[in-house]
Design a protein around this ligand. Sequence first.
Ligand SMILES: Nc1ncnc2c1ncn2[C@@H]1O[C@H](COP(=O)(O)OP(=O)(O)OP(=O)(O)O)[C@@H](O)[C@H]1O
Ligand SMILES: [Mg+2]
Length: 490
Amino acid sequence: MIEAPIKTSSGGTDVFYGKEGPTEKQRIFRDAHHKYKLFGGGVGGGKTYALCAEGLRLSMMFPGNRGFLGRHEAEAFRKTTLVTLLNLIADMEQETGQRIIAHNGHNQTKKEIVLVNGSAIIYGGLGGREDMDRIKSLEIGFFCVDEASETVHEVINMLKARLRWKLPGGQYPRFFGLFASNPEPGWLKNTFVVPQQQGVPLDDHLFVQSLLKDNPWLPPEYLANLRRDNPESWVRRYIDGSWDAVEGQVWPDFDFQTHVLPNDECPVEIPYPIKGTHTVLGSLDHGQTNPTCFLGMYIDQDENILVYDEYYKKGLVSDHVLNIEEQFDLSSMEELVADPSIWDKNREKDGMEWSVADEYDERGIYLTKANNSREAGWNRVGEYFRPDKDHFHPFMEKKGSPRIFISKRCRNLLTEIPEYIWKKTSDTSANPKEEARKLNDHACDALRYGVMTRSSPYEQKRNDDAPVGSFNWIIKQRGNGIKKGRLVNR
Ligand SMILES: Nc1ncnc2c1ncn2[C@@H]1O[C@H](COP(=O)(O)OP(=O)(O)OP(=O)(O)O)[C@@H](O)[C@H]1O
Ligand SMILES: [Mg+2]
C-alpha cells in the first residue's frame, strides 16, 4: 500500500522538500504523528512549503488518496500556495525524472490535480458560499489549510468531519489535518498554541513554531531589513513569532518565554513561598456575576514578584472562601488586598447595610483596600514586566531580567494578559486618556492590586537600597565580578 519514499537522484533524503531537504523545523513538523498539526510562526518560516510538501507526501504515500489544499481566499491561494505547490511538483519531477502529475491531470476549472498514482489534490478557497457547498460534499483523507487563522472555525470543523476517504483497496489512509499560519489571535491560537504553552496540549494536536531564522533559504539581509523597517509590535509578532503580541497591549513587554515559568529557556517551576523567608501577598478581584480571581504572589530578596498560583471561579463568597482557604496558606500572607469597591455598603443583612468585604470578613478572610489607581497600576505592572539590562534573573545566571514572573499554574491570568488591550479612543486630543478595554480582566485587576503594594522598581537606586542579603546587595559588597546563584530558593 505505502510506496517507498522517492529518493533524489543523488540518493538524498527527502525529495518532497526539494534538493536540500527539509529545515530542522520542517523535519519536526513532518515526523510528528499527531492527527492535527500546526506549523506556525513568523513570516518566511517555510510554512507554505512544508504544507505543500506534506500534502504531496500523503498523496504519494497512499495511492488513490484524496486531499484538500486551500486557504480562506481563493485568489490569495492561487497566487501563493498553489504557486508553491506547482513549483514543488516541478522540482520533484526534475529531480526524480518521474512524472508526478498524471497526463492532463491538472484541471483548473475543477480545481483538481490528479497524480500518477491515482491520488487527487482538490484545491481552492474556503471563504465563499460555493466553497462551503463544495466542502460539504467532499470525502477526503487529509486537508491542508494555509494561513488557517483566516478561516472560520466552523469551516475547519466541517473539513474535519470530511476525513473519511477510503482508498481503492478498501483501507483507510492515515488521516491528517494540517495547518500553517502566522501568529494571529483566534480559534487556531486557542486550539493549538495556548494549550501547548500552558503544558496541556489537546489530544492529537501539535504546534510547531517556525521562524524566519529557522529558514536558511532566504537572502541574508532579508531578516535585518524586516526588523529595521517595521514597527516593534509587528516585529515581535511576525519575526519573533510571538502569538501574544497584539497591537495596543497594556503590557507589551509580556512574553511567554520570558515571564512564564517554566519555559524553554528556564525549566524552573516557581516554588511555593517559604513562610518567614518571603513576603507573601494575596490579591482578590471579586466578581458578582463574573469570576472571582485570587492570586498568590511573593517577593524575593531582590524584589522580584513571583506569582505562584491562582484561584478563578464564579460563585458565592462562601464557596470562594472555602476554596481559597483550601488552596492557599493564608496564614503565611502578610496582606490580602482587594478592589476597594467591595467595601461599598450596597447589601442588606438583618436590616443593616452590608458589603461584600463584610461577607469575606465574617468568614475569616480579612482584606485590606488595594490602591485602585488604574493608570498608576497599569504603569507599575508594566515596569515590573520590563526587562532591565542591569537586573539579574532570579533562577539563571544572566542579566536583562524583568522583575515579575508568573507560574504556568495561573492559566486564566496568562490567558488574560496578552488580550488585555487599550480601548480605542475617540478622543483626538494630543494626550487622549488611555483606558484598558473592559473584557476579561479579572485576573489582570488582581495582578494590578498585588503589584501596587510594591513601590516602583525605578523609583529607587536599587543598588543603594538593596536589602541585606539580596543579590544586588552582594554585588555592592563585592563589586561586580561575581556570579549569580539561585536566590529565591536558598
Ligand atoms: N526546505 C526548503 N528548501 C528550500 N527552500 C525552502 C524550503 N523551505 C522553504 N523554502 C523557501 O523559503 C521561502 C519561504 O518559504 P514559505 O513561503 O514556505 O514561507 P512561509 O512561512 O509560508 O512564509 P509567509 O509567512 O510569507 O507565508 C520560499 O522561497 C521557499 O521556497
Ligand atoms: Mg506562506
